[in-house]
Design a protein around this ligand. Structure first.
Ligand code: GDP
Ligand code: MG
Length: 216
């Protein structure tokens, strides 16, 4: 039986070009809200939502950027200890789809994972609601082909792909549920220090916690 004490804490980071809807997706999933004028930052580096997977209590710690993606200037603490990397693009903006490769490369460069082909990635094509699909630039097949060409997760299968609308709440819960499953599949034996991190917080708090726990 699961109790809050033995829940599994999973770190998920969300990457992609600015304005593809990363913050809106997280906000929709965690707070069940959508705001057209949503600002670039949600005021915290991560938010947490709990869910149950096969009777197991999971705390999904979802890390959002605060506009630094514009300059590709995310610090190492953002990447460190991630269990799943979500790559988001806007189906109406071709450039944001092309950027997925760059974001994946950047994640691999910045993080300490030993085998990128076994690390769990998930791709989300967002804003499928926009103009009823009339402005769509990237079709599902194209996106799935790219996902199929890249190995992901312990079984080195293709990257799972989801199409969503944060605005109309299409597929968001389903995508994050599968993100949690992907994150659970990650062998995270090297990231034990994340067990001590609390519900929501900022980077400075985490650095402080890490420093306190540092044996050096
Ligand atoms: P981020 O920079 O990737 O975090 O993107 P934001 O979440 O800030 O969203 C950028 C803009 O796209 C905002 O004006 C959102 O309201 C809008 N947006 C986000 N998701 C959707 C969606 O699913 N459909 C539509 N039509 N607009 C969206
Ligand atoms: Mg944002």
């Amino acid at each position: 039986m699961s109790t809050p004490l033995n829940r599994t804490l999973l770190k998920v980071i969300v990457l992609g070009d600015i304005a593809v809807g990363k913050t809106s997706l997280i906000n929709r999933y965690v707070h069940k809200k959508f705001n057209q004028q949503y600002k670039a930052t949600i005021g915290a580096d991560f938010v947490t939502r709990e869910l149950q997977i096969d009777g197991r209590l999971v705390s999904l710690q979802i890390w959002d950027t605060a506009g630094q993606e514009r300059f590709h200037s995310l610090g190492p603490a953002f990447f460190r200890g991630a269990d799943c990397c979500v790559l988001v693009y806007d189906v109406n903006v071709h450039k944001s789809f092309e950027a997925l490769q760059t974001w994946r490369d950047e994640f691999i460069k910045q993080t300490d994972i030993s085998n990128p082909a076994r690390f769990p990635f998930v791709v989300i094509g967002n804003k499928i609601d926009q103009d009823g699909g009339a402005r769509r630039m990237v079709d599902e097949k194209r996106a799935k082909d790219w996902c199929g060409s890249i190995k992901s997760g312990p079984s080195a299968s293709s990257i799972p792909y989801y199409e969503t609308s944060a605005k109309d709440d299409i597929n968001v819960d389903d995508a994050f549920y599968n993100i949690a499953i992907a994150a659970l599949s990650h062998d995270r034996s090297q990231e034990l220090y994340f067990e001590s991190i609390t519900e929501t917080g900022s980077l400075s708090e985490i650095v402080e916690q890490q420093n306190r726990g540092c044996p050096c």
